[in-house]
Design a protein around this ligand. Structure first.
Ligand SMILES: C[S@@+](CC[C@H](N)C(=O)[O-])C[C@H]1O[C@@H](n2cnc3c(N)ncnc32)[C@H](O)[C@@H]1O
Length: 433
């Protein structure tokens, strides 16, 4: 494909992503299925362009408004020389076959104006954040604001978790090495392997036979901190496609009960498939209905409940650069309310002395410390349980931070952004207290 055709393909993909279709890697994969004629080099170049634009959406917003179409976004970035591998706007928008339509007179004038006075984008734009979120990120990261937001906006490595039910980390690393893939052990997660770049996992026996799963190291750490052990009764209340359920099943050595719930039956079906492929027989996956009747028999009986809550996903900017742009102030308030309700629901399931673990992939205080603080305020029969002990038992190295709650970030820990807090139910309190 010629450069202009690649640019047009990228424009169409960005418009699809902007229409609410995400995450980008899924839309890209879907596009390649539809456009089988795109060769490997074209795919790499087009994906590179798509991510280059999405990672500069703050600059686009400052120059052209956050809601602009992808064509205008590309023009703005080209005019200010922010898309290095694309010819200048006049060449790229010359009206070539399969390329973008030729520049209109108004567009040409706008491009000339932007190019003459490119200016410096404001801090929120450089950070790829909508302006209203800048204060929350500054409050979170303080002096590290620029470094953390830059790290949140860079591509993530590919992390795998070795399935402890089927293999050891050393054996899988050797198996991958024999296939020419260099994998290094992750810093904190004892079963994690980090690959330097993307790999077509579907072709690897280690993946097909359930010896490895894709899981960011931060997610592996969060699952390990639940502390699920063989023989226990554990609930994963928001199990989704099962990332953390799989890790807990292995930590439990496939002994005990692991109850996986989610309101999304499709994602939960995926979890069931992955658990079967991993050889985990202890898990039971059930979609959660509005009246939560599926939970009735578990009330007051569970040793541990994980609430891996639906959240803004602001910790996952490395994979989904538009994540902060989809959030609104009202949406954030709604999320915090839902997170609080899920904690209340989870609390009812615990036996006296049992442990509630709250996880988000958000870096925002409003979804993390504020939600946990409110829960503890309203539920005096729960107390914070420092994570330092669980870290020592289940993870490598020193626990970062205070030891009470945990915030992992891309800049400091090389993971997605994750928040983890644990709370214990009083031994004395009755299940209905
Ligand atoms: C962060 S994701 C879970 C990710 C999953 N635990 C993993 O490790 O792969 C949050 C999940 O919460 C689910 N969810 C949303 N509202 C819910 C509710 N009211 N009750 C239970 N699950 C809910 C979503 O469908 C989504 O799968």
């Amino acid at each position: 494909m010629r450069p202009a055709a690649r640019l047009q393909a990228a424009i169409e993909i960005i418009d699809r992503i902007r229409q609410g279709l995400f995450p980008p890697d899924r839309i890209l994969a879907q596009t390649w299925r539809e456009r089988r004629y795109a060769g490997a080099k074209d795919r790499v170049a087009i994906a590179g362009l798509v991510y280059a634009v999405l990672r500069q959406w703050g600059v686009v917003a400052a120059l052209a408004g956050p809601g602009c179409a992808a064509r205008r976004a590309c023009l703005a970035l080209l005019a200010t020389r922010r898309l290095p591998d694309v010819p200048d706007p006049a060449a790229a928008f010359a009206g070539e076959a399969y390329g973008p339509a030729a520049l209109s007179a108004a567009e040409a004038a706008w491009v000339a104006e932007l190019g003459a006075e490119p200016g410096s984008p404001p801090a929120w734009a450089v950070a790829n954040l909508p302006a209203w979120l800048e204060a929350a990120y500054r409050q979170r990261f303080g002096e590290a604001f620029a470094l953390e937001t830059a790290a949140l906006n860079r591509p993530a490595p590919l992390d795998l978790r070795v399935n402890g039910l089927r293999a050891t980390r050393e054996a899988v690393a050797a198996e991958l090495a024999a296939a020419g893939i260099v994998a290094s052990p992750t810093t904190y997660a004892p079963l994690g392997l980090r690959l330097p770049g993307p790999v077509r996992l579907q072709h690897l026996p280690a993946y097909r036979q359930g010896r490895v799963e894709v899981q960011d190291e931060g997610s592996q750490v969060a699952a390990a901190l639940v502390g699920a052990a063989a023989g226990e009764t554990v609930v994963d209340l928001c199990a989704g496609a099962g990332g953390k359920s799989l890790a807990m099943a292995a930590a439990m050595a496939d002994r005990g009960q692991l109850h996986c719930f989610d309101t999304d039956a499709t994602r939960l079906a995926e979890a069931a498939g992955r658990l079967a492929r991993a050889g985990a027989t202890l898990a039971r996956c059930r979609p959660l209905s509005g009246d939560h009747r599926e939970l009735a028999a578990l009330r007051g009986r569970c040793d541990r409940v994980l609430v891996d809550a639906p959240c803004s996903g602001t910790g996952t900017g490395r994979r989904d650069p538009l994540v902060a742009w989809r959030l609104t102030p009202a949406g954030l308030t709604d999320l915090a309310a839902l997170q609080g309700r899920l904690l209340d629901l989870a609390a009812e399931l615990l036996r006296p002395g049992g442990q509630l673990v709250y996880v988000t992939c958000s870096v925002l205080e409003a979804e993390n410390e504020a939600v946990v603080g409110e829960f503890l305020e309203q539920n005096r029969h729960f107390a914070p349980r420092p994570l330092a002990g669980a870290w020592q038992r289940h993870l490598h190295g020193e626990m970062p931070g205070s030891g009470r709650t945990l915030l992992l970030t891309p800049h400091r820990h090389g993971t997605d952004g994750f928040f983890v807090a644990a709370m214990g139910r009083d031994n004395a309190s009755s299940p209905t207290a």
